[in-house]
Design a protein around this ligand. Sequence first.
Ligand code: SF4
Ligand code: SF4
Length: 330
Amino acid sequence: MRLNKKDLNKILSILAEGRELFVPGQVRGIKQFKLWEGEAPELDGENTILPPKDILFPKTEKMYTYKTGTEAEIAEIVDMPERIIFGLRACDMRSIECMDSVFIREGFEDSFYARRRAKSLIVAIACSGAGVNCFCESMGLDPNAAPSADIFLSDGGDCYGVEANTERGAAELKKWAEYLTEGDVPKSETHCSLAPAMSRELSKKLTGIFDDDELWQEVTGPCIQCGTCSFVCPTCYCFDINQADAGGEGVAFRCWDSCMFSDYNQNAGGHNTRPTKKQRLRNRYLHKLAYFNERHGMELCVGCGRCISKCPAHLDIAEFIDKTAEVCHD
Ligand code: SF4
Ligand code: SF4
């Protein structure tokens, strides 16, 4: 099916009816996902600087309220409006697949994420501009396709090619019917800027360099442990739980955490299982490229390049992949 670009705002109005609609746009000069307020979304050019992760997994989230004493009670906070994420790209769609696997499919189900995910419809779009640090193709993705999105748009010049990948997407397209016409558009041909030598074979070999102290010293030396890489990463999902207590009652909330912080692995007794930055960054890279794959069947890096672009110490996970591909080469 095709959608004339001049009708895009009408489609956005349909999507926003009774639902929260998130689109790429500017917030305080930073391209990121924001609530749609009638403006044209920024679908072209490079991807958003910040990922759409916080729409499904907020930076800070209230979990439950409590009261202590003889009338003790706990009440889970259930406040999940229907929402649409419009205009996200293949790399960010894969990052949602990673979070789905962690929070819903493999083991314990996180009710907060699961409820929010169940109420979210995703309209993805073909990538229209790779940034200088993009390497999603090396991570096995096609920037011109997002098969797990409910609806996928490809750019056909003055129109979009529109296809539904799920029943939910097909039901949504019925609401768009008066603006859709028959026909396809050719597949977009965006390609990544970088091509590090990542492969499933390398992923399996990476744990073999765990004890290569010289390599880890060299790779991790410049890191200043700021945590930026975790916070701009679409797949980092660690969180910390805290309480705001007002004497006998309060609220428990969780907020994003980073494995780069020195107290991340501090246990209640004071012992720290990863006291050095070498251990922490080694864990980050191996979790992204090897450990996650062992459990979930995919890497926890989608090649978006955001951590490379934003690291103040110029650490580069694509360079790391190439370096280890040489070291691990038989
Ligand atoms: S962004 Fe760079 S300097 Fe900051 S914690 Fe990550 S790797 Fe280290
Ligand atoms: S590790 Fe870096 S390149 Fe990989 S998904 Fe996270 S931010 Fe993107």
